[in-house]
Design a binder for this molecule. Structure first.
Ligand code: G3I
Length: 406
C-alpha cells in the first residue's frame, strides 16, 4: 500500500509559457525550454582542438555530451585494476565550463572490454571484475553524470556475451544493483541497445525485461535506444515505442542518433517522436560532424559536415522547428517527470512517496520557468488563487503525483 503525504508539495509552474514566446536560434536553448537534453558524442581531444570551430559548435548547440569512446571499459581500466580517467575528466571539464550535462557510456558491454574479457573466467571472477570496475569508474565520475549506460547492448548480445558466459543470466541484474549502490541517486541507470528503436521483437523483449527488473526490484530508471537509423524515419513507430516505456514509468533516451543520408523530414520526424512523449528525456547525436562519424565522412547522418565543421543549416532549422512545435503541456509533464530523482521510478515509487517532503519537492529551475511537483492523495491541489485544481499527472504509474496547471 502506497502511503501518500497529506500535504501538497509545491508547484508554481508560472512562466512556463514564456519559454515559447521567443523563437530560439540555438538548439540547446530550444531544448532547455522543453526540459530536453540535446547531446552529442564527442571526446576531450575533439573539444580541445583549437584549429577548428568544433568546440564552439558543440557548446553553442548542445546542452549535453557523452564520451564516444573514452569511458568504455578498455579506455578506463587497462590492465585490470589500473584506472585512468583522463578522457572523461577532460570532457567533463568542458561540460562544466559550458553548462552541459553528461551521459556515461558505458560500464558493461561485450565489446571494447578486452581487459575485462581476459579476466572473467567464472561467476566469482566475473562479479569481482564487474564490481571493481563499476565501483572505481562510477565512484570517480558519479557526481558528473546524469544518465549511465550501465548495460550496453546486452539484449543484442544475449548469451554470447563473455559477461553472460562467466557470471550467468543474472549478470545484468548484478550490474544494475552494483551501479545503484555505487552511484546512489546521483544518476539515472539505463540499459542501452540498438535495433530496438521502433516497436519490434527486440524492443518488446527489452520491455519484458524492464518489467521483470521492476517486479524483482532491480534498479532501472531508463532505456536507451541508440537510433542508428537511415533515411525514412517512421515517427509513429518510434513514438509508440517510447510511449510504452513511459507507461511503466521509465525514462527513454535516444542515445546514439545518426540518420544515414538524412533529409530535413527525417530530423523533423525523429525530434517529433521524442518531444511528443513526456518520458523522452534526451536526444543525443552520435558525433557532431559527418567528418568524424564512425559510419564514414559521407554518411550524411549528423547536423554538421567537414572539419572544421560546417553547419547543415536546413537540418538544424528542421530540428529547431520541431523543438519549437513541441506541445507545452507535454513539456510541462517532462519537466515534472525529470524532477523525480534517480531511483524513484518503477518499483521504487513507494520509496519516493515515503521520502521526506524536502527531498521530493525537488523544485527545478529551467531558465525562466519554475516547475514543482505536487503529491496529493487525490491528485488535486490548491493553486496560488486558492482554487482546487486537478494536477497534470506525471504518469499513470505515479498516482497523485503531478504539476499544477497554470
Ligand atoms: O584510439 C585508437 C587510435 O589510437 C588508433 O590510432 C586508431 C586506429 O584505428 O584506432 C583508435 O581507436 C578506435 C576508436 O574508435 C577511436 O577512434 C578503434 O579502433 C575503433 O574500434 C573505435 O570505434 C568505436 C566503436 O564504437 C568501437 O566499437 C567508434 O568510434 C564508436 O563510435 C562506436 O560506438 C558504438 C557505441 O559505443 C555503442 N553502440 C554502437 C556504436 C557504433 O559502433
Amino acid at each position: 500500500m502506497i502511503r501518500r503525504p497529506l500535504i501538497a508539495i509545491v508547484a508554481f509552474p508560472f512562466l512556463i509559457s514564456s519559454a515559447w514566446s521567443q523563437a530560439a536560434t540555438r538548439i540547446r536553448d530550444a531544448a532547455d525550454a522543453i526540459g530536453l537534453n540535446f547531446g552529442l558524442a564527442t571526446s576531450a581531444n575533439q573539444v580541445r582542438d583549437t584549429t577548428s570551430t568544433y568546440a564552439v559548435d558543440a557548446k553553442t548547440q548542445y546542452n549535453f555530451a557523452v564520451c564516444e569512446n573514452d569511458m568504455k571499459f578498455d579506455n578506463t581500466e587497462g590492465p585490470i585494476g589500473t584506472f585512468k580517467y583522463t578522457g572523461g575528466d577532460g570532457l567533463s571539464a568542458f561540460c562544466v565550463a559550458n553548462k552541459m550535462k553528461m551521459r556515461g557510456h558505458n560500464f558493461i558491454w561485450h565489446s571494447q572490454s578486452n581487459t575485462a574479457s581476459g579476466a572473467v573466467h567464472d561467476r566469482t571472477s566475473g562479479l569481482t571484475v564487474m564490481r571493481n570496475h563499476i565501483t572505481a569508474v562510477g565512484g570517480h565520475f558519479k557526481d558528473k553524470i546524469l544518465e549511465w549506460d550501465v548495460l550496453n547492448e546486452t539484449q543484442s548480445a544475449g548469451t554470447s556475451s563473455f559477461w553472460y558466459k562467466g557470471i550467468g543470466a543474472d549478470y545484468t541484474d548484478s550490474a544494475l544493483a552494483i551501479a545503484r549502490s555505487v552511484i546512489g541517486t546521483s544518476g539515472y541507470l539505463y540499459s542501452n541497445d540498438y535495433g530496438a528503436d521502433g516497436v519490434n521483437s527486440k524492443s518488446t523483449a527489452i520491455l519484458t525485461q524492464a518489467k521483470k527488473w521492476q517486479s524483482s526490484k532491480v534498479p532501472i530508471d531508463g532505456i536507451g535506444f541508440q537510433c542508428h537509423l537511415g533515411h525514412g524515419i517512421n515517427k509513429a513507430d518510434i513514438s509508440a515505442n517510447i510511449k510504452r516505456f513511459g507507461d511503466i514509468g521509465l525514462r527513454v533516451s535516444l542515445t546514439e542518433i545518426d540518420i544515414t543520408q538524412a533529409t530535413t523530414a527525417d530530423w523533423t520526424a525523429l525530434v517529433g517522436a521524442c518531444v511528443e512523449n513526456w518520458n523522452c528525456t534526451s536526444f543525443v547525436t552520435w558525433g557532431l560532424t559527418d567528418a568524424s562519424s564512425w559510419i564514414g565522412s559521407t554518411c550524411g547522418c549528423l547536423l554538421y559536415n567537414g572539419n572544421p565543421p560546417t553547419p547543415k543549416n536546413d537540418m538544424i532549422s528542421a530540428v529547431l522547428a520541431a523543438l519549437a512545435a513541441a506541445d507545452p503541456a507535454v513539456a510541462a509533464k517532462r519537466k515534472a517527470f525529470i524532477a523525480i530523482p534517480p531511483g524513484s521510478l518503477g518499483p521504487n515509487i513507494d520509496q519516493v512517496l515515503q521520502r521526506p517532503l524536502a527531498h521530493r519537492s525537488a523544485e527545478v529551475l529551467f531558465g525562466a520557468s519554475s516547475v514543482r511537483i505536487f503529491s496529493t492523495p487525490n491528485g488535486n491541489a490548491i493553486d496560488a488563487l486558492g482554487r482546487n485544481r486537478a494536477l497534470i499527472p506525471v504518469s499513470s504509474n505515479l498516482p497523485g503525483l503531478g504539476i499544477l496547471p497554470q
